[in-house]
Design a protein around this ligand. Structure first.
Ligand SMILES: [Zn+2]
Length: 220
């Protein structure tokens, strides 16, 4: 439907207003990208910051109030280790019915954007997830993603074993191994999101910072 200008394109060109909003968001993201602790920012509809809160290396404590104001809004946070979303991120995205969740790292920007005003039924279905000794009740999108992520980690471990002997001798420590698995699992899980996010009502995109050298230790 729609007029001649929008045609049948699913991704119409962003308006000037939208571009301005994203300019402000990117400016905010630049200010948190290189921190070694996480910061969460919730934006107003005009792209101004509504709420900003800092946390620890891997998490920010989110209150009921924070979650209430996330509905229909764009939120961002930084990932100090540059990795893809967590199942907790995706669960928050679905359960609050956020418009878009972004994660900014030193090299990568990840985004999950709601396509049609709300997630699909498949995404919001409630299922159980095991997280160590705890079991949580979460949205199916979060659980399916976590299953894919765990499989990606196993695959990354196999990739490590297939690397050349020289490679493994050069990067021989256990920490190197964990970094390698983290990096590769993140790339594989990104591929899963790219392929599957639309089934849950989201569009997944990644952007790589231009001109970055040295941050990424491993070939992908
Ligand atoms: Zn996150």
């Amino acid at each position: 439907m729609g007029g001649r200008s929008s045609g049948s394109s699913l991704t119409p060109k962003p308006s000037k207003e939208e571009r301005n909003i994203y300019k402000k968001i990117e400016k905010s993201e630049k200010s948190i990208r290189d921190n070694n602790f996480e910061t969460l920012i919730i934006f107003n509809y005009d792209g101004e910051e509504k709420l900003r809160k800092g946390g620890a290396e891997h998490e920010v404590a989110v209150t009921r109030y924070d979650m209430d104001i996330m509905t229909d809004r764009i939120c961002t946070h930084n990932h100090p280790l540059d990795g893809v979303f967590s199942w907790q991120d995706i669960n928050m995205l679905v359960t609050t019915n956020m418009a878009e969740l972004r994660a900014i790292g030193k090299t990568w920007l990840y985004s999950l954007q709601r396509i049609a005003g709300r997630p699909t039924q498949k995404a919001t279905q409630g299922v159980e997830i095991d997280d160590g000794p705890e079991t949580y009740y979460v949205s199916r999108f979060a659980r399916d993603f976590e299953d894919a992520y765990r499989a990606a980690y196993t695959q990354a471990g196999r990739n490590w074993n297939r690397e050349s002997v020289e490679f493994r001798e050069k990067h021989g420590t256990f920490d190197d191994y964990l970094d390698y698995c983290y990096y590769h699992a993140s790339r594989i899980a990104s591929g899963w999101l790219k392929k599957n996010a639309h089934e849950y009502g989201y569009k997944f995109t990644t952007k790589r910072k231009r001109g970055v050298k040295g941050d990424v230790q491993w070939k992908s």
